[in-house]
Design a protein. Sequence first.
Length: 587
Amino acid sequence: MSKGESKAASLGDVAVKMSEEEGIRICCITWNVGNAKPKSEELDHLLPKEKLKEYDIIVVGTQENHFSGEKVQGMEIYKVDTSAVTKEKLEKDASHQNKLVLENQKSSVADLKQITTIKNVWDQEIMTHLGKSWIILKKTHLGQMKLMVVVRDGGDNVYTGVESNWSACGVGGVGNNKGGLVISFHYRNTSFAFMSSHLAAHMEHYKRRVSDFSEILRETKKTGEKYLDVASCFDHFFWMGDLNFRVDLNKNTEKEGKKSKEENWEEVNRLVKAKKWSKILEFDQLKTGMATGEVFADFQEHVISFAPTFKVEKGKPGAGHYMKKRVPAYCDRVLWRSMPHVAGNVQCTMYNSCHFLSTSDHKPVVANFSVTPSTPPPSVYNYMTPGGNPITETRRMSTSTTDYFQSKLSGVWPVVTLEGLRAEGLQASDVNGKSDPYITFFSNPHGLLYHPDMKKNKSAAIGELKTAVISANLNPEWSESDIPMLRPMVSSQRELDCCSLIMLLRDKDMFTGDDILGTVIIRFPAGDKNKEEIYFDFDEDVFFEGKKGKYGSLKGRIKVSWSDSVKRRSTVAKEKVSSSAGCCLVS
């Protein structure tokens, strides 16, 4: 294949093996490189070549990754031509043998390989080390931050919906040294997003780190759903990076009792030598913030059983060599957050630092995961993303689109209702110290909730399923008539068990865009389809820009009915929008 040549995606079907027993094997690496070229011979400690066969996906996020004054020749490697797979239409194949068929275009790695030239030293080092068995799915960068996703070459591996986004933190977003990069995609029925970030430095800047974290989530919206942040869109969301949270032994100490930096360094160094990791972590700013919901709310992290990764002496392989300039800390981390219905599908099989690399004042951190593939309902593959049309199944039917939907609504799809829906203590977004809240409903997997616009069979955007607006109220209550009846496009309780309901709270503004008040995500009720109704009560804190605890709560009862008589009722409640909706706060 000559330079620049791309193997075009041809029409036809590609069957993809979808064994639920075989987990998706992911290796996540984060490293603040310290703007120093790594030693090639040390990379094998980071990614041992004999271990590479154990991975399906390798994600590498780096910070301070810029080597000045070095010119390199371009190196030709393979990447996946993701531009050829932007309009996929997925459906279950006729045999129902747990395979996915791409109806319109092939998108396997083997069919979409394209030669590209990389001129970056780091990219060349990584791809040379990995060898020809690996291919770049997507890479992105911002200033000194880089994020790369590489996947195994060959076979019928299918990756769809590949996107990237970024956020630059700091004053005006200039400087490009702090911020975040995200890459998202679908693989084996499962939606993933991977964030790599570099947050504000220094012990005393904890609040700036929290602010950076929220800013990154806010600025990388639209990576998935239009209004949802990236933490609320995908089956699994992994966040890695130099998060810069420090070990603060003075956190609960009165001013007169605080120890000096030198005393704190000596104490932490003593605990490192004794390998008392849990004791050190009692003073870890990130662990404390997660416990209170102030940062990384609902995220998980595997048990840490390794030494702090910062600030180590350069040129000294091994653990325990720290510069006295900074108190040793766990700056470099890997965390994850999953949708409720797949929360148990992620298993961290290894979480460790690589102390043998010696060129930076940070040690890399490696996290290996085994992820059980999701099992979304077949209807997910019968409809395109918002703005699309029903495909294949309706085209094969002799009846009209309207008749098709009517038959599903009256005899197949269940009815989901919300009762006693109310919020307490929401944020004030208007100048009068109030908000005009309403709720928009989404689903995971995406596009699962029926909307009447689907009957139009047009390419026009599908409308929103939302409640009425409650004016000037931080503790709103919605009556039954204020709430749309939800119709998940599933045919069995088992399929519904593989889905989550996303409720986005927003403030209605007449003259500006509606403000986001936060999200609440719950599972649909699980149980016996033969029962008249299945329900449970929920009372959840609102998740806002990665935080919980100060943004109110949402509570109510969610019910599922499979009764034919209930299915015949109207689907969408009449929208009630008050003409007195306020305007947003002026900062």
